[in-house]
Design a protein around this ligand. Sequence first.
Ligand code: ADP
Ligand code: MG
Length: 563
Amino acid sequence: EAQKETLGFQTEVKQLLHLMIHSMYSNKEIFLRELISNASDASDKLRFEAIAKPELLESDPNLRIRISADEKANTLTIEDNGIGMSRDEVISHLGTIAKSGTAAFMQQLTGDQKKDAQLIGQFGVGFYSAFIVADRVEVFTRRAGLGADEGVRWESAGQGEFTIENINKPERGTRIVLHLKADEKEFADGWRLRNIIKKYSDHISLPIELPKQHFGDEKDKPKEIEWESVNRASALWTRPRTDIKDEEYQEFYKHVSHDFENPLTWSHNKVEGKLEYTSLLYVPGRAPFDLYHREAPRGLKLYVQRVFIMDDAEQFLPLYLRFIKGVVDSNDLSLNVSREILQKDPAIDSMKSALTKRVLDMLEKMSRNDPEKYSTFWKAFGSVMKEGPAEDFANREKIAGLLRFASTAQNDDSEVVSLDAYIERMQEGQDKIYYLTGERYNQVKNSPHLEIFRKKGIEVLLLTDRIDEWLMSHLSEYKGKEFVDVARGDLDLGKLEGEEDKKAQEEVAKAKADLIERVKKVLGDEVDDVKVSHRLTDSPAVLVINEDGMGLQMRKILEATGQ
Ligand code: ADP
Ligand code: MG
């Protein structure tokens, strides 16, 4: 009846397990944070499902997490009375990894433990981190709403396989028993556990309980375990900003983002008035492995009056800000709100535009106050920010101010030049922002198009990111300065060109009229026109694109797609 079976882990899980056990030795204690984070998520999910089905709470409505250790047996137990899992859910959640792109991600692993540890952080460790400290893990679980005899026991030694069988489990929720490795006994110590919980999980909004410590006579000890809560157990974002330490903000970030490095910055705001909500938004320090996967989850965790409603609510931020993590807690939405309702609700639109502004302001502030952090941000997310002007027309000037480019004022291809810095360095009489696009930095850097600019000491932005041409097709000016592609049309340098320059040019054109005719004849239909140019100082000739012609990168992209 128990239907015991042994199943193999998905290949990616095996790889993850192997990697984790061999690369996480310097930061072992995070396994507890991951398991508490899961227990908290499970309670959030139960509370949400119980809005429509209160009977799911059975006779046990007070959600909490309990952690206890048995020093003799060298085990550590984490128990919640949250949503639990059915047999099928156990098999898929604790036997596979559901994220799209996982297999490709695993292929990047090098075997170099340091590098791999970095990568794995980008991926998130989650439940499987239990095997950092345990050589055997048992999970006892029963989903809320199912009968006591539909409990499930899962067990694995973290190698290639796990066993699963049905058990009787009257209490709803999940109990995880870690059989600690012989040299990980410290995690069965009550004080050590209390410290780890305080350090990593104080922000968890439900009580995390440990057995009460009793001193003195054995006979005074109560028969039943008494539990005491060791964390603050209030939702972090509901507390006043001045009350919250940076470390608390950082740990909360790790809980909501599944990242285990610190965020670069955050912004915590309470909005009152027509719409009332609290938001806590974070900028991660690195890109997730699936930043460019279409189906990758994105968006904020949505709460309504402190009740968890859904993960990945994507209606609150535009696509180009999909890397932002955090929470929004609304006082106005109904507890029954669904993704479909979110899509139609005009109140969401105004929250979206307010939250978008918040993020852009937060980034602007970071760029001003901490350029080094900003450059970390730009390296991770710059290409995504470049999608901004096309998607978010209303904010394109603001977004443009956040962009960073390589330029002729720099000696390498690093994207560090802001448009404001460019404008500050403009020559007297210059009223345009010049740029050149191409496929590779080394190619554009040596382009003959730059000769005249170099001669006159005018800076040119060098754009070689695949998305740059697309970006520039959505930006026509910044702070009243028009963008000009130096490889297009008749180059008009305006006031930067003296009267003599112009005269000299006309004379050359007259003198070389014969040559031009001959070149035209030879090239025939290959070109639209042949002209005398003042662009060049050293090179004899250069190809120029028509003012209204398609850019070279765009042409290549279209050719590649067969158009
Ligand atoms: P993540 O938390 O990022 O989804 P994890 O590896 O931490 O990934 O957990 C995998 C999945 O296992 C969770 O998404 C959840 O569905 C399930 N799970 C883990 N722990 C619990 C628990 N205590 N109660 C219910 N479900 C759980
Ligand atoms: Mg998790």
